[in-house]
Design a protein around this ligand. Structure first.
Ligand SMILES: [Zn+2]
Length: 455
């Protein structure tokens, strides 16, 4: 159970933050669109780019971070010549200032299970091109299941066409919806390099609940289940199968989610969120916040304790950790630990002080394998970076350090520092920002004391 809980949010920030790392390009696209079509069990992806060279003598290529085989690539009416290195595609532009590029990918999706094809990237290995289970496809750049441009291509248009039996959830709100040639066509305007989306068969959900509360529409899509894991007692699973009992557990997710949004609005800052969808999947093994929707893994949402704080952790990411400096010192601390602590403050607001202390104690007691990080210093927490498989434990230890800080300065002061650090629009938040706000609030000496602790 503990092990599951530390996996929950591993991926979300990774790709949020990678988005922010766009390198400066000398090529400006003036028109870039992606059309995606689900046809039988294949995802057809068409990229169309019209770009202008703005400067000469600089980089003469565009980058695509895809391993996926290209079916067809045409540059200015002739087949594109390109080379690949690792996950990057290089090609030379013609001398002309303007160019038109179309690329076609065909991504096979197995309806029977996860793709067996594996690609490696850095220290990590991923299955690709697409995971397809319970008739759902989840695509996002970090897991390399769909072709995305690397370099400074934001502000573009995506359309996704699916058979009428399917539904699309996107990272941005849908801009348009068309019923065209017996297909549903969803349109999105995108402002990040990546555009995560989920395609799901619509008739697989056992329940759909729509709730309007304080100007937000909540949509809950739950998969059916005949039994549900309630808890693990003495290493044995305890199931329930009574439908009323299952419903009441689903209501926990609904009520906690709505309560979380209210609490963050009241204690962090007000955000206008028109629609927030919660979609249950058989994918991934985690929960992810994707701005307009939250994916909940069926396997995770199976225990009361996880219902109690896994989903509200994801909702907290609508406020915190999205614009956190990538791979910077303090990244997991700034992106995950503080977010999780705020989630636990919400947990404390309805579960009480003792429940909070127990949750913190669980995090302090976390082990990894033979427990090399059984206790860690604050410095180790702050220096933790991506690529270390033990980072889950470290980010949870970070939560315990923030709790120590809160004990010294009080909850209200801590929330004030967090608000002042994270509510700056269009800014990559760093540890330095956090520390500057700690100084501005006269809590620097207390903060320094964290360096003497081992948790
Ligand atoms: Zn998270």
């Amino acid at each position: 159970m503990k092990k599951i809980s530390i996996l929950i949010c591993s991926i979300i920030l990774t790709f949020y933050c990678i988005n922010m790392q766009a390198q400066k390009s000398c090529i400006k696209p003036f028109n870039y669109s992606i059309n995606i079509e689900l046809k039988d069990s294949t995802l057809l992806v068409n990229l169309n780019i019209k770009a202008t060279k703005t400067e000469t003598g600089q980089k003469d290529f565009l980058l695509f971070n895809r391993y996926i085989q290209i079916k067809e690539a045409i540059l200015d009416n002739t087949p594109l010549k390109y080379t690949r290195s690792n996950d990057t595609l290089y090609f030379e532009l013609s001398q002309k200032k303007e160019m038109t590029l179309s690329m076609q990918y065909e991504i096979p999706c197995s309806k029977l299970g996860y793709s067996k094809t594996v690609a490696s990237y850095g220290d990590s290995i991923y299955a690709y091109p697409a995971r397809f289970d319970t008739n759902q496809i989840f695509c996002e750049r970090f897991n390399k299941w769909y072709p995305v441009l690397y370099d400074n291509f934001s502000d573009y248009h995506v359309t996704i066409s699916v058979p009428k039996t399917h539904k699309v959830f996107g990272y941005y709100p849908k801009a348009d919806f068309l019923d065209f040639a017996r297909k549903d066509v969803y349109s999105f305007n995108c402002f990040d390099e990546d555009f995560p989306f989920l395609i799901t068969q619509s008739n697989i959900f056992g329940q759909h609940k729509a709730i309007q509360h304080n100007s937000t529409n909540y949509e809950f899509y739950f998969l059916p289940r005949s039994k549900r894991l309630l808890a693990i007692v003495d290493k044995k699973p305890v199931y329930i199968s009574d439908s009323k009992q299952i419903d009441s557990l689903l209501n926990v997710i609904i009520n906690r989610s709505i309560g979380a949004l209210d609490w963050y609005n009241a204690n962090l800052w007000q955000q206008k969120i028109d629609t927030l969808s919660f979609v249950e999947t058989g994918l991934l093994g985690l929960a992810i916040n994707l701005r307009c929707f939250i994916i909940m893994d069926r396997g995770l949402m199976n225990m009361e304790v996880l219902d109690n704080y896994a989903v509200s952790h994801e909702i907290a990411h609508l406020w915190l950790g999205i614009h956190t400096e990538y791979l910077a010192k303090g990244r997991f601390f700034m992106g995950e630990s503080i977010n999780e602590y705020v989630n636990l403050l919400y947990y404390e607001s309805w579960a009480g002080k003792e429940a909070l202390e127990n949750a913190i104690q669980d995090k302090i007691n976390l082990k990894f394998g033979d427990a090399p990080y059984y206790t860690v210093t604050f410095e180790q927490v702050l220096n933790e970076r991506n690529g270390n498989s033990q980072y889950d434990i470290i980010y949870n230890k970070g939560v315990a350090f923030i709790h120590e800080f809160r004990k010294m300065i009080g909850k209200e002061k801590l929330l004030k520092i967090i608000r002042e650090t994270y509510s700056v629009p269009n800014h990559f938040i760093t540890l330095k920002d956090f520390e500057n706000n700690i100084k501005a609030n006269g809590c620097w000496n207390e903060y320094l004391k964290l360096y003497d602790l081992k948790l």
